[in-house]
Design a protein around this ligand. Sequence first.
Ligand SMILES: Cc1cc2nc3c(=O)[nH]c(=O)nc-3n(C[C@H](O)[C@H](O)[C@H](O)COP(=O)(O)OP(=O)(O)OC[C@H]3O[C@@H](n4cnc5c(N)ncnc54)[C@H](O)[C@@H]3O)c2cc1C
Length: 461
Amino acid sequence: MQHKTHALVIGGSLAGLLMGRVLANHFDRVTIVERDVYPDQPVPRKGVPHSRFPHTLMLRGQQIFEQLFPGLKAELIDRGAIELDSMQDLVFCTSAGLAARAPSGLMLLAFSRDLLDWSIRRRLAAFPEVQFLTKASVRGLLTNAEHTKIVGISLHRHEDSNIEVGENLYADLIVDASGKASRTPEWLEALGYQPPPETKVNAFVGYVAQIYQPPSNLSVDWKMMFMPSAPPHQRRGGAIFPIEGDESNPQQARWIVSLVGGDRDYPPTDEEGFLAFACSLPMPILVEAMRQAIPLTPPYAYYGNENRLRHYEQLSHSPARLIVVGHAACLLNPTYGQAMTVASLEAMIVDQFFQHHSIDDLDQQTHSLQKQLAKAHQEAWSTATGMDNRYHSTQGKPISASSRFVSWYWDQLMEIGINRASVHHTFLEVLHMLKPSISLFQPSILAQVLVHAFSKQWRRC
Ligand SMILES: Cc1cc2nc3c(=O)[nH]c(=O)nc-3n(C[C@H](O)[C@H](O)[C@H](O)COP(=O)(O)OP(=O)(O)OC[C@H]3O[C@@H](n4cnc5c(N)ncnc54)[C@H](O)[C@@H]3O)c2cc1C
């Protein structure tokens, strides 16, 4: 009888779900192992506490999600997701003024992270190859006798609150998608391998969010607002991000108001302090909107927002048949909204790989696959660390000269985007990962940046 192929995914959040979806194209069986119980409704769960924060899905990610789950966009809109033009409907408050607004065709979909996860989980559960194993914590990796490849995982199943049952599961491929708290480095060490080298860049960014109900008669000409920090001088920022309404009225949008502060200037979590922090932002437009709305939840904090890259692709001696994806490999400061799109790019890389390789090729090719996966987060990593490098207290410097230049260049672009809609349009296409960042260096834009920078310098003299 022919061997039935099996892939195991550790962690059933966004990166794990996307991996599950593409692996179902190539394996007879896919098991997604998740330590939580999934809620029946689109509500937060323990393993993804960050779902209370705004989750921007960049347009490149939106395209891939739709490719993997046809009809997802229509379903999300039906359930109250808000479609908005990234230039026309978004007030982008730069440190130099408001960015140009005009119809752009860059249509963004805004929804809660809980709604996205719930919709994808339901769609994935309909795949006959996919099985969810919930209330199961992975505790280690299993190798073959020669220690050349990973052949399975050991896990604990929580039968009820008191009983835990140990179990081993075997598979042809193991994917670690267990997020920030991934323990693969320790598990590898326990098996006699080197852990991956790590790069960390920490700007001590604190992030606090609160859900509001805007008044139904609110009369504003925008749907979303974004006021990024502009360090080193302005280390505070904020945003208003629309999400679907509650279950009783999904079409009546709510807002997630989020505040951010770098250099340990963390926004407070009490209501009064949260409002005072919003008042301190350089433009009053955000707090004025907040004052018209009713808070529905307390403010929630997320303070551990460092960037951390685990270089699995650099390991000279690593076991075959194990790959690491999502935040487990590349943790990004979430305020730049890139990780879900990066996870979708990774899923496409794995899909492509198996279109050209058999599962047995994994014995020789796993490392090359991990190297390809590393390319998926390269640009996002440079952007996030380059931007974070502008804060005074950032640890993990020195950042490369090119990253420093890119963050300086982005600042100039945001300033130019106030008057030049075409520059802002290209800037947004790069932000949404539709175009590579090199597009921002085309001669016409480069010339405008240089003229802008020289004229600023001239005025100062
Ligand atoms: C505050 C915040 C805001 C964010 N905003 C954005 C945004 O605007 N746009 C964007 O694209 N991304 C955003 N992100 C990133 C995004 O939420 C995801 O974290 C990211 O996509 C990576 O997801 P992941 O699946 O790798 O990890 P996670 O979402 O962290 O999920 C890991 C999963 O693994 C499970 N798990 C962990 N260990 C085990 C184990 N041993 N056994 C079994 N299961 C295990 C956990 O229960 C969890 O379900 C934000 C993140 C944060 C923290």
